[in-house]
Design a protein around this ligand. Sequence first.
Ligand code: ACO
Ligand code: ZN
Length: 293
Amino acid sequence: LREHEEFTKVKNIATIELGRYEIETWYFSPFPPEYNDCLRLYFCEFCLNFMKRKEQLQRHMKKCDLKHPPGDEIYRSGTLSMFEVDGKKNKVYGQNLCYLAKLFLDHKTLYYDVDLFLFYILCECDDRGCHMVGYFSKEKHSEESYNLACILTLPPYQRKGYGKFLIAFWIVILGRYDVACSYELSKKESKVGTPERPLSDLGLLSYRGYWTRVLLDILKRHKGNISIKELSDMTAIKAEDILTTLQTLELIQYRKGQHVICADPKVLDRHLKAAGRGGLEVDVSKLIWTPYK
Ligand code: ACO
Ligand code: ZN
């Protein structure tokens, strides 16, 4: 299948229907062969099962009893909810989600081993149910379990700050995860995370934007007197990511074989102004936290 994907990167499905949206797809996704002749697919917006014909979906909607993603609701603030879905307990959902996400991700390999992943699904909720806005995924137990594997905001919801919200949420989970697993871990030893490479152009823009805002904020408060290591400990952002972000902002100088932060207050203010709005905030008090075991 992977080879198949590599050699026939011709976009097959051109549009999908998902909830009240008709969405144009961006890239090839390796749906099972029986869907090869379809230009359009109909998704159940709750269980993410996909069908070839609208009538099939209509019939499905009459009997599908899900009104939100399967799994635990771990955050609710206003109309926004986040659900944690364990790929092992919800295999089909995880696979459906990967097929769907691949339609908007260019260079990601599809993981069929959804068992190994947790999926965090962000939803906007109303009286008809919880409608998926986007998600991120993270490997459960590996050397790099703190890495974010994949992030997606569905096209109708893009450019509204949800991407930044998802990144911020992931960072919250990183911090919380430490607390939940081992109380004796001091803040200094807490884990740092980084998104899996390669990043898409939009992915890089979103991360850069998020990192920039967080780092500028702290630099301003500490008047620039802080090291990259300390920034990393405070933010759970990996030192390399901090370095490249600050280099892009020209806040780094190389002196005596070392990278040092040179944060001129005027330059900081200029960058802060340009960084613009912070996006939707994660309200940590709204977490309904049951850590994954
Ligand atoms: N053009 C220019 N800049 C953009 C665009 C765009 N189309 N989209 C996002 N950005 C930049 C902007 O700087 C924006 O900040 P601003 O609105 O304050 O200027 C910033 O990214 C974040 O915008 P959000 O609204 O918070 O992000 P959004 O909800 O649109 O989601 C995401 C961003 C997840 C990358 C989305 O574009 C997406 O799903 N793309 C397809 C999938 C993808 O590429 N995912 C990342 C792959 S890499 C990985 O997964 C580790
Ligand atoms: Zn369904």
